[in-house]
Design a protein around this ligand. Structure first.
Ligand SMILES: C[C@@]1(CC(=O)O)c2cc3[nH]c(cc4nc(cc5[nH]c(cc(n2)[C@H]1CCC(=O)O)[C@@](C)(CC(=O)O)[C@@H]5CCC(=O)O)C(CC(=O)O)=C4CCC(=O)O)c(CCC(=O)O)c3CC(=O)O
Ligand SMILES: NC(=O)C1=CN([C@@H]2O[C@H](COP(=O)(O)OP(=O)(O)OC[C@H]3O[C@@H](n4cnc5c(N)ncnc54)[C@H](O)[C@@H]3O)[C@@H](O)[C@H]2O)C=CC1
Length: 230
């Protein structure tokens, strides 16, 4: 499996099942997408999300629809909501299977939450996606999967990486700015690359950024001048 990043801005995500898992997925996708959850009962967290969120229909909104479709009715929901991704998160394997088949038939992505990689013979197909554990320090994002073998391990590793990438967002902003500036100054590509590679590896710049952006910038400037004056 090869990880890809998907932009769900302006898209709908349809979640079947409003329990613990459906609620975790809804909350995750509501950062970008308009989320519709279809379920006969809803986890408390979903109630909070639907109330506290944006207006219905907006990106970031969560809409709860009380219904318990049987497998035959699932495809109709997919056609009406027209999502970019279907999440199958009910505790009924037949409904989850119908959600997966319906999504694949409709040509949209599907995340089936009740089947591990080990249970699948012959792979999952390119539209059947796994949701990774993620760590974010905007605009930096780390996605982590165990290939479905051990979600608990994915979570534990995610907690370790959280500490590891602290400050990476600020480093991404700073090095992105410097990269553009060096280009504008007409610095030769080779020097430019070396300078940027040194900046992102410099302990001094990472430490400076912890104190504040301008300290990080000062440290980076001296790293860059050293490369350019050699
Ligand atoms: C295949 C996959 C499909 C998918 O959902 O995309 C899947 C499937 C299953 N998960 C199960 C169990 C648990 N899942 C978690 C947690 C997470 N599960 C997530 C993803 C995935 N789970 C995909 C593979 C990801 C990969 O490749 O590693 C994370 C990373 C992302 C997210 O869901 O948001 C999120 C952590 C988020 C975070 O905190 O960062 C915990 C831990 C906990 O809850 O504390 C447990 C209990 C402990 C355990 O069992 O490991 C079961 C057994 C259910 C049962 O026993 O009946 C199945 C079904 C099966 O394996 O058959
Ligand atoms: N991917 C993951 O991370 C994990 C996956 N699982 C699997 O995910 C599934 C769901 O787990 P939980 O959320 O913990 O279960 P849960 O029992 O808390 O939630 C299931 C939800 O599905 C709803 N539901 C039942 N029939 C439905 C229908 N016809 N249409 C729509 N909704 C329906 C129920 O009302 C309930 O809200 C389980 O099958 C479990 O094996 C469990 C833990 C983690």
């Amino acid at each position: 499996m090869i990880p890809l990043y998907h932009d769900f801005d302006g898209e709908a995500v349809l979640v079947f099942g409003g329990g613990a898992v459906g609620s975790r997925k809804a909350s995750r996708f509501a950062d970008e997408a308009r989320v519709v959850v279809v379920s006969p009962a809803f986890d408390d967290r979903l109630g909070d999300l639907a109330e506290g969120g944006a207006a219905e229909g907006d990106a970031g909104s969560v809409e709860l629809v009380r219904a318990a479709p049987d497998p035959d009715a699932v495809r109709g929901w997919i056609d009406r909501v027209d999502p970019a991704l279907v999440v199958a998160a009910t505790d009924d394997a037949a409904v989850n299977a119908a959600a997966e088949a319906g999504a694949l038939d409709a040509g949209v992505l599907v995340n089936r939450t009740d089947v591990s990689a080990a249970d699948r013979s012959g792979g999952r197909g390119a539209r059947s996606v796994v949701v990774p554990a993620t760590v974010e320090d905007d605009p930096v994002r780390v996605a982590l999967s165990t290939g479905g073998a051990s979600p608990a391990l994915a979570k534990a590793l995610r907690e370790r990486i959280e500490a590891e990438i602290d400050g990476a967002g600020a480093m991404a902003e700073l090095s992105g700015t410097l990269r553009a500036e060096l280009k504008d100054r007409g610095v030769a590509p080779e020097k430019r690359r070396e300078a940027i590679r040194r900046v992102v590896r410099s302990e001094g710049v990472w430490k400076g950024l912890q104190k504040g952006d301008s300290y990080g910038r000062q440290e980076a400037d001296s790293v860059i001048e050293e490369v350019l004056t050699r």
